[in-house]
Ligand binder design. Structure first.
Ligand code: HEM
Ligand SMILES: *[C@@H]1O[C@H](CO)[C@@H](O)[C@H](O)[C@H]1NC(C)=O
Length: 341
């Protein structure tokens, strides 16, 4: 039995589905409590706010009932947080005299959603465990809860991130991958975060839920290579369909599902669609067509084996969630996620 199977059989399947221990994500790190080398610990709030996950889930469940897409929006928020200065809730800061909000960066403007749900979770937590749970941990908990509510894997989540006192529009513009990225481009941007090609393919599977605006895939329909031709890797029928929701001019904010087969269900159809030429973004399709054999083979493997995808998604989420956290006396625990204390 390998390390991964051993850990899974011990933590077992919870009521919510797969549970994957962080120690299985980094078998070599060998810390007994499974926090890896990041300094984060799953038990971080055990004494100071034992109900933290229940509180997060209760708010999420209600929001999800009203609008299932919120799960996708919250999963993406954690990603856009972690890729800019690390997972420090910098993405949540509003404009102020001292802060240029990342919400105004190109990949985020008119695009990121879910801030009100984070505010609601934070308000509840401030009532029950004041000045204890960081906004960065709320983002990580909301991303995991959203995955589980959508039918995806569960995992043991290392906690203890603290919140930044700064934000960076320029890093957001530079380091968040663009939807028309080439495979090399995507690999490079993930490497910059300490994430490899396996993480790239597994985490792109986040696009099994949620929507994208016409402006993010328009280039593929009308002028993929500067020759006024569509992307030749787009399946014909899907291409015709997309043109009806995304005209050559205007309609930038019309939306289309990233996984047209099951847009609110966390499953592996995202990879099957890529095999059929029905990935929505260039960045989705190039995982297969980008002539990089590692990512190509992983797309095939995850399309074939949902369990394998779930297991790797969980591991890669723990890895992404551990990017440069502020710990110890660094940063602060914000009282309001939108501004520094
Ligand atoms: C590989 C590089 C990635 C690129 C180029 C990319 C790009 C995009 C774009 C352009 C959108 C639509 C935004 C809009 O309509 O304004 C989107 C949506 C989304 N992305 Fe990604 N993404 C990437 C990786 C990820 C990762 C790692 C995750 C999470 C694990 C993720 C989760 C999502 C989700 C859930 C949505 C839907 C959000 C909603 O419906 O509100 N993406 N992504
Ligand atoms: C991606 O889109 C941006 C903005 O529209 C454009 O400037 C850039 O040239 C595009 N990149 C590629 C590889 O097509």
């Amino acid at each position: 039995m390998g390390v991964v199977e051993a850990v899974i059989s011990v933590t077992a399947m919870t009521l919510l589905g797969w549970t994957i221990s962080p120690s299985s994500a980094h078998p070599g790190w060998g810390s007994p409590w499974g926090g890896g080398s990041s300094g984060l610990l799953p038990e971080y709030y055990m004494y100071t706010c034992p109900q933290v996950n229940d509180i997060v889930l209760s708010v999420l469940e209600r929001a999800f009932e009203t609008e299932p897409r919120i799960a996708a929006s919250l999963l993406r928020l954690h990603f856009h947080d972690c890729f800019v200065q690390g997972c420090d809730a910098s993405v949540l800061l509003d404009d102020s005299p001292m802060i240029g909000s990342e919400k105004k960066a190109g990949p985020n403007l008119n695009s990121l959603r879910g801030f009100e749900v984070i505010d609601e979770i934070k308000a509840k937590l401030e009532e029950i465990c004041p000045e204890t749970v960081s906004c960065a941990d709320i983002l990580a908990l909301a991303a995991r809860g959203s995955t589980v509510l959508s039918g995806g894997p569960n995992w043991e989540l290392p906690l203890g991130r603290r919140d930044s006192r700064t934000a960076s529009i320029s890093i957001a513009n530079r380091d968040i991958p663009p939807p028309n990225g080439t495979i090399q481009n995507l690999v490079t941007l993930f490497q910059r975060q300490g994430l490899d090609e396996v993480d790239l393919v597994a985490l792109s599977g986040g696009h099994t839920i949620g929507m994208a605006r016409c402006v993010t895939f328009k280039q593929r329909l009308y002028n993929q290579n500067g020759n006024n031709q569509p992307d030749s890797t787009l399946e014909r029928g899907y291409y015709q369909e997309l043109k009806t929701v995304c005209p050559p001019s205007g309609g930038d904010n019309y939306i289309s599902p990233l996984d047209l087969a099951s847009p609110v269900r966390f499953d592996n159809t995202y990879y099957k669609l890529i095999l059929w030429g029905k990935g929505l973004l260039t960045s989705d399709e190039v995982l297969l067509t980008g002539r990089l054999s590692t990512t190509m083979e992983l797309v095939r493997a995850y399309a074939e084996d949902e369990g394998l995808f779930f297991q790797q998604f969980a591991r890669s989420m723990i890895k992404m969630g551990s990017i440069k956290p502020l710990i110890g006396f660094n940063g602060e625990v914000r009282r309001n996620c939108r501004r520094v204390n």
